[in-house]
Design a protein around this ligand. Sequence first.
Ligand code: FAD
Ligand code: FMN
Ligand code: SF4
Length: 670
Amino acid sequence: MTELAHLFSPLKIGPMEIANRIMQPGMSAGMVVDKDLHVAPEMIAYYEERARSRPGMMAIGQSMVVPPTPGYTPQGMIYLHDDKYIPSLKKLVDAVQSHGVKFGIQLGDTGTQGGGAVHLSPSAVPARAAATGDARLRPELKALTIEEIAQVVQYFASAALRCKQAGFDFVEIHSGHGYLLSAFLTPYFNRRTDAYGGSLENRARFLLEIVAAVRDAVGPERGIGVKINGEDYLEDEGAFTIGECVEVCRMLEHAGVDYLAVTAGVMGAKRLTIPPLYEPQACFNDLAVAVKQAVKIPVATIGRIKDVRMADQLVAEDRADIVCMGRAFIVDSAFVDKARRGDMRDIRTCLADCRGCADHEMRSIKKGLYGQTSCVLNPRVLRESVCIDIEGSARGNPKKVLVVGAGLAGLEAARRAAFSGHQVTLCDSREFIGGQIRWAEMIPGRREIGDMLPWYQYQLEKYGVDVRLSTEVDEQVIRQFAPDVMFVATGSVPQVPQSMIDAVLNVQNIGLVMADDIFEFSPEIGARVLVVGGDQIGMQIADYLSERGSTVIVAEAHNHFAFKLAANDRWYLISRLIEKQVRRIKNVRAIEIEAEDQVWLQCGDNREHLPGIDTIVFASERKSMRGLAEVGERLGIETHIVGDASDVNSEDAGMIFSVVAQAYDAARQI
Ligand SMILES: Cc1cc2nc3c(=O)[nH]c(=O)nc-3n(C[C@H](O)[C@H](O)[C@H](O)COP(=O)(O)OP(=O)(O)OC[C@H]3O[C@@H](n4cnc5c(N)ncnc54)[C@H](O)[C@@H]3O)c2cc1C
Ligand SMILES: Cc1cc2nc3c(=O)[nH]c(=O)nc-3n(C[C@H](O)[C@H](O)[C@H](O)COP(=O)(O)O)c2cc1C
Ligand code: SF4
């Protein structure tokens, strides 16, 4: 604990004192409401589980102050325009505060970047990327009149009063991420010529009026924070930049705001608000530092902070007063407590792949489902009250468990079964744990995708799993071992698409390489490479090989690339490939290889010759390896197939997301 003395020191923020510097920032993660928009029990369970580990402060994500347009049925968000929402919010507040955590809520309007039938904006300039709301809606874009601005100010004030009545310790006004108030600050979005546009003072007027009205509503005994963009990272003229942010922060301090949370990015910007692993850790801290140098009130830093030691250092070096750790709370609800007792190895850290949290939520909304946040490594997210993990629950009646394969599926199955108290043996034919993750972490900029492996290594030790590496399991081994339960976690291997087998038989001198072999056997790769398959693996391999000097072309059968990856992750990966001039060809119907190794692509009605290809990498299809399941069943062993061995094709399969979730669910039920 002395190691993290700065992080675990108290801080006075306006009328509140927080016990330590860690904040769970406002996230829509965990925001589950019933059909009448009252807080659902799952939401209380989600927040209370995180409150139990006692961060200094926590906030609910952006909650809507403006009533929904008549005729529009909102879903999946907290609304604050009516007193009827107070009682269920109060239950949530009571649950969180019972753990000594200061609890707040973000007040805002998503402007042009959210759901709803009408998108409020300063000047009816559309968002830079598709809005995140239900794709089936065609919202009206509306520039606010002066009278409507005054009305919105009142909505903020009355929402804040309701939050006070529900018992919240503080409210946080959301003025970041390109949402309504942030758009008013940004000249690109705010093209007004009245008192709310033009000069910085004018662009900040709306926000400052809201701060004043909210203070009137909540009085001095409640805290008020503002989450603000340090940079939009828009490349056009008219971005809101750190120089202006610092000025606005001075105004906010003068207006009586108690703390500032410095964030960054808008939808479609070069750098994104929920940064993927390509961004360095603490990627937006320089912005918080600039603000801190200009104001005396506490400043929170946000963005890719997942390591408590780094968080401590940020406070120690006066680079932040409060450290927001968003996804860190999603992936490990108890990390604050683990840090407090110095058990760092037990902290499961975020991979910053965005796939299970932000992206899964967006994919769900596009399907008309709401409140579907999850996490690739933490399948208990929003199932906190369903999946009660009790250590040692099977100790009275332990089973002999054999897990075949120490890829992620096997690691999770072994961990969870041993956690219950079963006697677990984990075998892998290779001399290391991790399976394909060992290849995934070799891709440029993606080393952190393997950050769960030291954690699993520790869990195996902690729960006494007998790990046998360089041990191939076959029928004889299974018979000798005679387990009660077997997990077949034998993964998948790349395969040549059926449609290409004839073409491949024509090859004379082109090198034919299976995707995974690149990493395991380092085969010779030529100067001009065709990668077959442009989903997550093909695109990452294109990055890997182009980094090593090959000219790479990716051929993809569908009309999109890296679809399996999260949109934020994909955005950075594709930008890298564009920069390196990796050619991506979509809608490829067939690949033909004619005499003398001449490669042709069939795209729609066009046929294109690709001269000089000297290596073809197969990265489009994988085959699940589950032959041992048949052996297990024949021998009468309770057998579970998990991970890639079970499925590689459906939307979430062939990914960490489904691999871990499936293994966890199977193992907790034996
Ligand atoms: C280059 C690359 C990049 C990727 N990037 C991402 C990404 O960014 N995000 C993401 O979500 N997913 C990614 N994936 C996919 C992800 O890594 C896999 O879905 C996941 O790791 C599969 O885990 P698994 O345990 O099911 O299988 P595997 O990792 O294939 O593990 C199976 C294990 O079983 C062992 N084994 C097999 N047969 C036997 C036997 N008979 N006896 C003993 N041991 C045996 C193997 O040695 C292996 O270690 C990537 C994959 C690759 C190849
Ligand atoms: C699933 C998810 C939902 C989010 N929802 C919100 C939100 O409602 N309001 C907000 O200000 N930020 C939201 N964010 C952004 C986070 O608050 C934070 O700024 C961002 O994730 C970077 O911090 P991190 O790297 O610690 O996660 C969300 C992030 C995630 C992952
Ligand atoms: S899904 Fe990935 S990015 Fe999101 S919290 Fe989990 S590990 Fe972190």
